[in-house]
Design a protein around this ligand. Structure first.
Ligand code: HSE
Length: 344
């Protein structure tokens, strides 16, 4: 039996989504994948930090936080107060689950956490878009040089297969163009607005449901979609694009009459991300577009996301599925852990 010794850096919505699935699927991991896990540490700015190389009680840690109590109330043996970097260096973890918030300016603090974990020869599973959008080349080279895996399935389309699909099933194909709805919050808002709900009420609902970023301007101004499009461009098309280079417009200035007017004309407003090759470069654009009902992406509603990959052999391949949320994003991490487990 192989063993994952997990260190959680971050224990917000996504980290807890993974924790819940680990507990729920422990038997499946054992019987189907020959994989055991223990959690050797959890560090979170809000809840505190506990670590124990023998394993901490994940169910207990989860139920404390779910009831709003910090790790001060964790009454089993544990080292307390380690910073994220100390925990990465001092716990006997073989996998670091980096699920701190996304920072698209410099990727921190996630970038430093991931660099340090890889440098120390630990596998990394992350849903943090900042480090992957800003430093994919550097981090993937570092992982390769240390012989460890860097997994980031949940950075785009949460648990809906994106990199598992493209880097495995479509691996021998050339992706020439990508077009997609990459942000769950804005797609949810636009769908609610089609039902007459105001922009602000729809945004509040998306926040309550755990779809929005800690700073929701990242969603509504198109930054989140731009970051995901950069990840697709850089990972699948060998681009070198940063979110700040993206031609970008969000949905902040969309009025109810814009959205309802489109519906009346048989169209839908969608925040589309596009990635294409032009003159030896890979370009990225994010903008609200009016698309006809016949467009495959027009049927993608609510928090659903979708990507159409235009490939040299199969033509267009489209995936549609959950784009955000606690369990779908937790599932992406679970999948990454299974893939890391196969390499142990
Ligand atoms: N805020 C993001 C979204 C979360 O709404 O799509 C998933 O990356």
């Amino acid at each position: 039996m192989k063993e994952l010794s997990l260190l959680f850096i971050g224990f917000g919505v996504v980290g807890r989504g993974l924790a819940e699935l680990l507990l729920e699927k422990a038997e499946v991991l054992r019987s189907r994948f020959d994989l055991n896990f223990k959690v050797v540490g959890i560090c979170d700015l809000k809840w505190g930090s506990i670590a124990n190389d023998e394993g901490i009680d994940l169910a207990k840690a989860l139920s404390l936080v779910e009831s709003g109590r910090s790790f001060d109330s964790y009454d089993l043996p544990a080292r307390r107060g380690l910073s994220a970097l100390e925990a990465i260096r001092e716990t006997r973890s073989n996998v670091v689950v980096e699920v701190t918030w996304t920072n698209l300016e410099n990727g921190e603090p996630g970038l430093t956490h991931i660099r340090e974990a890889l440098r120390l020869g630990k596998h990394v599973a992350t849903t943090n878009k900042g480090p992957i959008a800003l430093a994919y080349r550097e981090l993937s080279k570092l992982a390769e040089s240390r012989g460890v895996k860097l997994k980031f399935e949940g950075t785009v389309l949460s648990g809906t297969p994106t990199f598992n699909l493209t880097l495995n099933c479509l691996a021998a194909l050339k992706v020439n163009r990508v077009r997609g709805i990459l942000n769950g919050t804005t797609n949810f808002i636009l769908t609610e607005m089609e039902r007459g709900v105001s922009y602000h009420d729809a945004l509040k609902k998306a926040q309550k449901l755990g779809y929005a970023e800690a700073d929701p301007t990242l969603d509504v101004d198109g930054w989140d979609a731009a970051a995901k499009a950069c990840i697709l461009a850089n990972v699948l098309m060998d681009g070198d694009v940063k979110p700040r280079d993206v031609e970008r417009r969000g949905i902040r200035d969309m009025s109810l009459s814009d959205v309802l007017g489109a519906v009346n004309r048989g169209l839908r407003v969608k925040l589309l991300a596009e990635v294409w090759r032009e003159g030896g470069e890979v370009k990225v654009r994010v903008s609200p577009k009016l698309i006809p009902q016949s467009d495959i992406l027009a049927g993608v509603s609510g928090v659903l996301n979708a990507i159409t990959f235009e490939t040299d052999v199969l033509g267009e391949v489209t995936v549609i599925g959950a784009g955000a949320g606690r369990r779908p994003t937790g599932y992406a991490l679970l999948n990454d852990l299974i893939s890391i487990g196969s390499a142990l």
